[in-house]
Design a protein around this ligand. Structure first.
Ligand SMILES: *Cc1c(COP(=O)(O)O)cnc(C)c1O
Length: 452
């Protein structure tokens, strides 16, 4: 009988994370101080991040040890399954072999706890008692709430006010795990109060929520800030996905021709792809392809420019070298909230720039259609974000049907969509809007990119 679900025993949870910085042909451009345009040093980040994460951010070591306490927590859901999507292959009548790494088995339901747990742990070790963060739709906020609970820490999540009102289930999860979730803009911070005094009904934005969380961390000695994507240490922690998948693909007797993942800030895609891309960077698998999949409403890799820009709308972060649509760009309200970010992880962007990674962009209706085929064949109702990767995989599998090629396709199934059923409802009732690429808005936002 064909093996469908490839599991690894607990002792196969990786003992080190893979740091792709050690294999880059040329080093990453450093983050810059927006005032001086000089590279920022570790001391500038110390008020908001613990030392260990600041070190990991710039480390050139190839392997970084995973503490036993973190591996202990990973055991709750890791190693995650690698699944051969035989029913989808049959539905498509494709000779391609489709595999996916299933990250929806974590308690919060996505890949995000892979880094949330590590970040909570290092903060706890350095005596931090509370973490502050922002969340849009609530996936990151719920993951950090879960992680801080496990290490007896407190957690404050600033959640964009419209999402807080429209999507109650994620903040109920946060409350269940003991975190405090505050609708942003709030009167808890100076910045929040300044926004509210001018505009009491401001619906909030990710930019405002980030500013509130950073201010909270910077003004409380026992509190630090935590980010769920984009930064190099976040991508590093996510490499457990690809390291496990490499062993599982070996058991399956296959090596991927093409790897896919959806890209919001770039962490789940990079987490799966980087350990395989190590083989491409070192010349062992020059043919390997990796494709980042994004929405046409926020086409950072496919339409952005490679430049230094702020990581946030409120211009509080250092300048990061990345593909960007401009930090003032506010994407249309597509249901894949986790993909509505104006930039992308600098590490991922560099690999795109250097030609090691490709990218594609889709509209939300075609993406849901693909995810619907996946639900009707494999059974899993996936997140709207993840659906972008499935669309790319199905397109390639159908191409293989024409060319009769038996390509091996692997994608990261980053999370379930069980708290996104309102979006699914909209799709099923034919009520989703496709937003064409908003050329004029992007052009306007590009004018606000800082000159470096
Ligand atoms: C947050 C999220 C994403 C996007 O974030 P990345 O950092 O690009 O991975 C994708 N899928 C799911 C399920 C998410 O929760």
């Amino acid at each position: 009988m064909k093996q469908i679900k490839i599991m690894l025993p607990e002792e196969e949870i990786p003992k080190s994370w893979y740091n792709i910085q050690s294999d880059l042909p040329t080093p990453l451009d450093p983050p810059l101080n927006p005032a001086t345009k000089e590279p920022i040093g570790p001391e500038a980040l110390a008020p908001i991040f613990p030392m260990e994460l600041i070190k990991q951010e710039v480390s050139q070591e190839r392997w970084i040890h995973i503490p036993d306490e973190v591996r202990e927590v990973y055991k709750i859901w890791r190693p995650s399954p690698l699944i051969r999507a035989v029913r989808l292959e049959k539905m498509l009548k494709t000779p391609a072999k489709i595999y996916y790494k299933w990250e929806g088995v974590s308690p919060p339901g996505s890949h995000k706890p892979n880094t949330a747990v590590a970040q909570a742990y290092y903060n706890m070790k350095e005596g931090v008692q509370r973490l502050a963060t922002e969340t849009g739709a609530g996936q990151w906020g719920s993951s950090l709430s879960f992680a801080t609970m496990l290490f007896d820490m407190k957690c404050t999540v600033y959640m964009v006010k419209v999402s807080h009102e429209q999507k109650p289930y994620r903040h109920i999860m946060m409350a269940t795990w003991g975190a405090e979730c505050i609708a942003s803009p709030s009167n808890k911070t100076k910045y929040g109060r300044s926004v509210l005094s001018k505009e009491p009904n401001n619906p909030g934005s990710l930019g405002i929520a980030i500013s509130e969380a950073i201010e909270d961390a910077a003004t409380h000695d026992d509190t630090k800030y935590s980010l769920g994507s984009v930064l190099s240490h976040v991508l590093l922690h996510q490499t457990v996905i690809g390291l496990e998948a490499k062993k599982q693909m070996e058991i399956a007797g296959d090596y991927p021709d093409i790897i896919y993942g959806c890209v919001g800030g770039g962490s789940n895609f990079s987490g799966l792809a980087f350990p395989f891309l190590a083989d491409k960077l070192t010349g062992k698998k020059p043919e390997l392809r990796a494709v980042g999949c994004e929405p046409k409403a926020c086409p950072t890799l496919t339409k952005g420019i490679y430049a230094y820009d702020f990581g946030d709308t409120a211009e509080m972060t250092p300048l990061l070298k990345m593909y960007t649509l401009g930090h003032t760009y506010i994407p249309p309200p597509i249901h894949a909230g986790g993909l509505r970010y104006h930039g992308d992880a600098p590490l991922l962007c560099k690999l795109v720039k250097d030609g090691f990674i490709e990218s594609v962009a889709y509209n939300q209706n075609e993406v849901f259609k693909a995810a619907h085929m996946f639900a009707k064949s494999e059974g899993i109702i996936i997140a709207p974000e993840t659906a972008h990767a499935v669309k790319a995989v199905i397109d390639e599998a159908l191409k293989c049907k024409q060319t009769k090629e038996e390509k091996v396709l692997l994608f990261n199934n980053s999370g379930h969509g069980l708290l996104d059923l309102a979006a699914w409802d909209g799709y099923l009732k034919n009520k989703l809007t496709d937003y064409e690429y908003p050329k004029e808005l992007v052009k306007k936002a590009m004018e606000k990119i800082p000159k470096v």
